[in-house]
Design a protein around this ligand. Sequence first.
Ligand code: PLP
Length: 407
Amino acid sequence: MTDNGKIAFLDLVSVHEELEKELVAVFQKALRTAGFIGGPMVEEFERSFAAFCETRFAIGVNSGTDALRFALMAAGVREGDSVVTVANTFIATTEAISQAGARPEFVDIDDRTYNIDPEKLRSFLEQQCSRDHAGQLISRRTGRPVTAVVPVHLYGQTADMDAIEELADHYKLVVIEDACQAHGAEYFSNRDHRWKKAGSVGKAAAFSFYPGKNLGACGEAGIVTTNDEEMARHIRMIRDHGQAKKYYHDIEGYNGRLDSIQAGFLSVKLKYLPSWNQSRCDHARKYNELFAAAETNIITPYEPSWSKANYHLYVIQVENREAVQTALSKENIGTGIHYPIPLHLQKAYTNLGYRLGDLPVCEKAAGRILSLPMFPGLSEPAQARVVQAVIRSVQRTTADRTATVSA
Ligand SMILES: *Cc1c(COP(=O)(O)O)cnc(C)c1O
């Protein structure tokens, strides 16, 4: 690689070139059987993904957003409910909550993991909610019943699920994991004395197979995982117009099915997921080492002892994020910001009535985070160049600022 050769934030082309033969074979099989919707390719993928997540069931749907919406609906979240989640996530998390008829309510995050802070969840439940005459937990902000919590396993690292599950048990909340970034991530549960896969902890979990995810389709796709047979049955109905038998509609549902061709592609790619995730973890370790060797105030990702992250993203914090991002872009290095504006401050959610200052940890992080190139095929020289460029631009902006202050 030359010095100013492009380092992509995410290279999706090479991986598909390598798999072209296998993927084309799937396409041909689908053409020759005209099996485009449902059928053996979908069922086979559902079985293998359930096995991968160590859950009893997996129900393929057409996106991660629908996976989350259907899981919430099947879990009994209803029109008028309040559902607790975080504001530093992709808007799909809260769209799914709204589309299920509920209203999102936000609690702040842990400043090291970027995931929901269980102590803040506790204080929300203890201090900002009360019980009505029937014993139902009511949010004082919204006057609505609080019925569910959606922890987001952001950047591919699980939230602190034991603490969340304990609160959920106590307050009778259903837990739906947003595992859309967390394929293969693991959590050590002290309650169960074992490592558990993301997607196997809550009542149900939603995964996305958007092309850029650790396991991506060649188009749109998602899946719900659960150990609950009734949930699985219900979600199968919801995704298919409310029918268990063709043209016998027990409820109104959606057209939310997973394409057979996408399921076939995903079965091919699932075989490689463990080694892809391993490569991402190796790259993360390499980045950590390179940053640690330089004395800077760049904050690298924190992985608690109870977590095995899949490094969907490698996110650092720097003080002058815009300058650093511009400098990297000038050196042909792709970066991202996940996410620049927390949801409670988005125009789409002015109706929720939040203000700047309501979620200080999340707001502070949003101004400092920067996602560096991360994908299985990332090379060591490329990583070294990224780290040098980051360090150089951090030092330069610090020097500029010192000069300005003393001028
Ligand atoms: C990608 C993503 C989703 C939505 O998935 P789609 O398949 O794009 O609908 C939801 N939540 C999070 C955290 C995501 O990263």
